[in-house]
Each structure stands twice: as C-alpha cells, then as structure tokens.
Design a protein around this ligand. Sequence first.
Ligand SMILES: NC(=O)c1ccc[n+]([C@@H]2O[C@H](COP(=O)([O-])OP(=O)(O)OC[C@H]3O[C@@H](n4cnc5c(N)ncnc54)[C@H](O)[C@@H]3O)[C@@H](O)[C@H]2O)c1
Length: 251
Amino acid sequence: MTAASRVIAVTGGASGIGFAFSEALARAGHQVVIADLRGAAEAAQRLQAQGLKAIGTQTDVVKPADVAGMVEQAVKAFGRLDVLVNNAGLFTTLALKPFDQISDAEWMRVMEVNTLGPFVCAKAVVPEMRKNGFGRIVNIASTTPIKGTPNMLHYVASKGAVIAFTRSLARELGKDDITVNAIAPGFTLSDGVLDNDLHSKMGDVVRKTSRSLQRDQVPEDLVGALVFLVSDGAGFITGQTIAVDGGSVFI
Ligand SMILES: NC(=O)c1ccc[n+]([C@@H]2O[C@H](COP(=O)([O-])OP(=O)(O)OC[C@H]3O[C@@H](n4cnc5c(N)ncnc54)[C@H](O)[C@@H]3O)[C@@H](O)[C@H]2O)c1
C-alpha cells in the first residue's frame, strides 16, 4: 500500500523546528504550506529548489483573516487541507526571568501567540477537514509544564494549556475522524535558541542533569514523531502528548 500524500500547513514553518518539520514532511512526499510571520516564501523556495512540493504564505496565527488566507492558499494550490501543525510560538525570543518580573502585557502576548494562535488555526481548518472526512492536528507543546521549569512562567503555563487543549479538542473532533495530538519537545537547539546565549546555556544544564540520552537535541530529532503522527498508521491515536526529549520526562 502506498502512503497517502497529505496537504499539511505548518505554522511558524519558515525557521527553526518548524522548517525542519516542513522539510521532513515534504521529503516524506507531502505537500506543505509554510505559514509564518516572516520568511515563508523564501522557505518554500528552498524546498521547491529540492524538487519538493511547498508554498509559503505570510500568516500571523493570531489574525483570523491571515489564517483564513492560509487555508485558501492551501486549497488553491493543492485542492484541500488535511493536516495542521500548530508550531508557531513565542519561546526563543523570551528573556528568562522570575515570575514577578514578567509584566502583564508580556504574559498576555505569550498566551496570545501560544494559545490563541492554535485555537484560531484549529477553528479555520476544521471545516475543511470535516468536508473531506479526514483531518489531523498536531500541536507543538513542550516538556516544561511536565517538569515545572522555572523562570518562564508565562511560557510554561501556555504550553500546559496546549496539552489540555489537545486532550479536549481530541474528544470534540473524534466523531469527525479528526485526530488531535501533541509533541512535547525537550530543549532543542533551534536557530532561535542558538542566537540566544542564556537559552543556549540552559541546554547544557538540561543535558547534563536530566536527559537519559546525554547529547544535545536538534530539530531533526523531532521530525520522526511528526511524520508518524500524520501517517496512515497513526489514525487511531488521539489526545496524546508524545515527549521527544531524550528521555528526560516520562509522561
Ligand atoms: N527550541 C526549543 O527548545 C523548544 C522546546 C519545546 C518546545 N518548543 C516549541 O517549538 C516551536 C518552535 O520553536 P523554535 O525553537 O523553532 O522557535 P523559533 O523562535 O526559532 O521559531 C518560531 C517560528 O514561529 C514564527 N512565529 C512567531 N510568532 C508567529 C505568529 N504570530 N504567527 C506566525 N508565525 C509566528 C517565527 O517567525 C519563527 O519562524 C515553538 O512552539 C516552541 O515553543 C521549542
């Protein structure tokens, strides 16, 4: 049996972990819609240059009109939209600080991008998935809410919300044959992390103190779980959070 080729939107897919996801999915034979605030068209061109199927669309995940445009572009280019990967998030640009130094405005902004964004995107894609009788949503969470990582309380709370969102939405969409799962990465050396000294130093601590597999985690370590979750064989898995972190937490 040949594996189905899916049309997959990856938010925040132009750089870091998101670009690794976009590239791996396209290499696995899928058609990828890269939706990002910046660099989407260029990222799609990098994949097209390898003979892969991808388009880019400038999208702010908290703006419903932008997200509606992402769905329209997918349908225009590839005829439908099968899979949403909610990867866009605020993390690598955040300063690490004690909770009482986080302003209310910063808290709200992190919640906006990391929780409202996946909600806006899910609302936009589900009608298309229901129409086609197939759908997969994969949310990129984090292991930080399992660990209770200090000094980024807004971020940790937002990713805890993503895990809760995954479970409840899976219950609501099961009747439509749409699965909803999450991947919880450990600390990963994405482009943004490598650009931020404090975040990079945190990686050393994580690796030395908590990981079973004691090496740095890179974006490519995450792609296998995603390719699996969108595959035909994963159709009866929903509501789950898969930790991909070198065996740091056990969920
Ligand atoms: N790097 C890590 O250690 C790590 C660990 C656990 C989870 N994560 C999660 O993985 C995802 C990717 O992380 P990363 O390290 O590659 O981050 P990054 O900061 O390097 O990249 C995030 C991408 O999202 C895009 N983006 C930001 N706001 C957006 C918006 N409003 N609309 C559309 N796109 C937007 C950015 O332009 C960028 O391309 C995030 O959800 C992050 O929270 C990362």
